[in-house]
Ligand binder design. Structure first.
Ligand code: PGA
Length: 252
């Protein structure tokens, strides 16, 4: 058994208004109190102030779903690390396949974001994962290794031991088609092996690697009990109190 704390991280995507978000978190903090998992909610920017306030004094941590790497300047529509940090954000999800696909994010941009997030004292949750075509072509390992290697370029061992990597096969996101425990474990182990090659075994033993893609109340327990899977990045099921509670308390 590793010493890594299992993380249940919700990725709300573009869902819930600020008011709905606060109501949800006020309920969630009762359900999540005392949980053994680390609980994170990844909320839209405009929900962050209310959610951070509601989560104060609870075991719920707050994640943003994106950030710009520059500290300030003429970047209309963007948000900086300093802005998020001031609101009490702990984690920032970067490189989600939806951002790569719909907003043109590249591995180099994700690397710049990772550096800026760490420099400001927050922790990146770096997403990676192959498409169905790539899986069928047999290039999953190469693709994921490439994405992660670039995302980590120039980061220190200390940084890499703190950050979180989320393996999210694109074909499993929002489709109800979860990777099998073995498929998810296989790629998470490949990612850990890559971290070990780049930073050594001690660092690789600390880096948390999540699985994401149709995680739900039924499959969380077996996925999270795989040796190289340290929890989940959860979309749809994190929007429902009962389902997310079960995922947080998957060990019961
Ligand atoms: P899903 O989304 O759980 O709804 O498949 C996961 C994600 O995109 O992070």
């Amino acid at each position: 058994m590793s010493n890594r704390v299992i993380m249940a991280a919700g990725n709300w995507k573009m869902n819930k208004t600020p008011k709905e978000a606060v109501e949800f978190v006020n309920e969630l903090k009762k359900l999540a109190a005392g949980a053994k998992s680390e609980v994170v909610v990844g909320v839209p920017f405009v929900c962050i102030p209310g959610v951070a306030e509601a989560a104060k004094g609870s075991n719920i941590k707050v994640a943003a779903q994106n950030v710009h790497w520059e500290a300030s300047g003429a970047y209309t529509g963007e948000v900086s690390c300093g802005m998020l940090k001031e609101l009490g954000v702990d984690y920032v999800i970067i490189g989600h396949s939806e951002r790569r696909e719909y907003f043109g994010e590249t591995d180099e941009m994700i690397n710049k974001k990772a550096k800026a997030i760490l420099a400001s004292g927050m922790i990146p949750i770096i997403c990676c994962g192959e498409s169905l075509t790539q899986r069928e072509q047999g290039v999953t390992a190469e693709h994921v290794r490439y994405q992660v290697k670039i995302a980590l370029l120039g980061l220190s061992a200390e940084d890499v031991s703190r950050l979180v990597i989320a393996y999210e096969p694109i074909w499993a996101i929002g489709t109800g088609k979860t990777a099998t425990d073995e498929q998810a474990e296989e790629v998470c182990a490949i990612i850990r092996q890559l971290v070990a090659e780049l930073y050594g075994n001690d660092v690789a033993e600390k880096t948390r690697i999540l699985y994401g893609g149709s995680v739900n109340a039924q499959n969380a327990k077996s996925l999270f009990s795989m040796p190289n899977i340290d929890g989940g990045l959860v979309g749809g099921a994190s929007l429902k109190l009962n389902a997310f509670e079960k995922i947080i308390k998957h060990y019961e």
